[in-house]
Design a protein. Structure first.
Length: 352
């Protein structure tokens, strides 16, 4: 996977972070990505929300962490955005157009899609699915990328500032957006989406990246995240807000725990299967809908599949995502690198 920004492409992530031996990859970050993608698939396959259904929150925190951890005072907005666009957009457009083809030719087509809605999906602009009422793109799980692109844009703007001002300005901007959502309760799809509290998860990851880059202490943050998470997990409330806060604290604690382990000795070792799943996490996340549709069709004809549908659907979706990574995503990224004469960069979770 490509790095972020021309200024740091030739340097390993660990050298940028300044907290681990040179030329050693942080495998723990890839394992967290594997966990995040697999847990999202498991939730969608089983139609149940359980403790492993924290994948989206984990992706957001990881993304915020890495955006700060791989950049420095030499990083520039334009290379950062170009890198992110080339990493995210081509594969997402392929999946979106494939989903469009399925819907146009499938038995569920009722002529509800509009050109404007499809364009909004391709351009990461939140909009309402025609005839449904829900705010989501054509590839349903792509709603998270609408937040990713917003945060990439905000972070790129901060790269125009001196390094010492970047994270404080980002913090003020994110809190201002979220506060506007609480105060004004916008109903327009884009404004409603961009003013929700998910951006706070990116921000939490960004501050962890800031502390990690400066070799700061992580144990106090871990204890704080665990304490707040436990408090909100046992707090009775009529809304889902405490559960979301607890989930955000859990995934923040997971990231902090992995980073603490990475600082010790040789860090976390290399394990082939979770590393493959981490590398393929973006494809697993994007392509899961096709595998799940195929699995549902199979379940209607094979009895034992229907009985074990959660596990079988998950395996099919993950296997399909890995196949898509090797057949589509990786060759495409290599072609883009050759076209732009990229040097190999650091891995960044794209979505998720």
């Amino acid at each position: 996977m490509v790095g972020s920004g021309e200024k740091m492409e030739a340097r390993p992530f660990q050298d940028v972070a300044g907290c681990a031996p040179r030329h050693r990859r942080l495998y723990g970050i890839q394992y967290l990505r594997a966990f995040a993608a697999s847990s999202v698939v498991a939730v969608h396959a089983s139609h149940r929300l359980f403790v492993f259904g924290l994948g989206v929150e984990l992706f957001f925190v990881l993304s915020g962490f890495l955006m700060v951890a791989i950049t420095d005072e030499r990083s520039r907005s334009a290379p950062f955005l170009k890198d992110r666009i080339l990493r995210i957009v081509p594969v997402y457009w392929i999946v979106t157009l494939a989903m469009l083809a399925v819907q146009l030719t499938g038995p569920l087509w009722h002529g509800t899609l509009t050109v404007g809605y499809v364009a909004s999906s391709l351009l990461f602009i939140p909009s309402v699915y025609p005839g449904d009422g829900r705010t989501m793109p054509l590839v349903a799980q792509g709603w998270t990328l609408n937040y990713e692109m917003l945060f990439y844009g905000m972070f790129a703007l901060t790269l125009l500032l001196p390094r010492r001002l970047q994270l404080p300005c980002l913090t003020v901007s994110v809190f201002a957006l979220v506060a506007a959502g609480f105060i004004f309760h916008p109903v327009q799809p884009a404004l409603y989406t961009w003013t929700r509290a998910f951006s706070l998860e990116f921000l939490a990851g960004a501050w962890i990246g800031h502390i990690w880059q400066r070799n700061g202490r992580l144990w106090p943050l871990l204890l704080a995240a665990m304490s707040v998470g436990f408090l909100f997990a046992v707090l009775p409330a009529p809304s889902q807000a405490p559960a979301r806060v607890a989930g955000a604290c859990i995934v923040t604690a997971m990231l902090l725990g992995v980073l603490i382990l990475e600082r010790r000795g040789e860090g976390i070792g290399r394990f082939r299967l979770p590393l493959i799943l981490g590398d393929a996490s973006y494809s697993i996340y994007l392509w899961q809908g096709f595998a799940l549709m195929a699995a549902h069709s199979l379940a209607t004809h094979v009895a034992f599949v229907a009985k074990l549908q959660g596990a079988i659907f998950s395996i099919m979706a993950i296997a399909g995502g890995v196949a898509a990574y090797y057949l589509v995503e990786r060759p495409l990224l290599r072609a883009l690198r050759r076209a732009r004469r990229y040097r190999r960069g650091v891995p960044i979770p794209a979505g998720i």
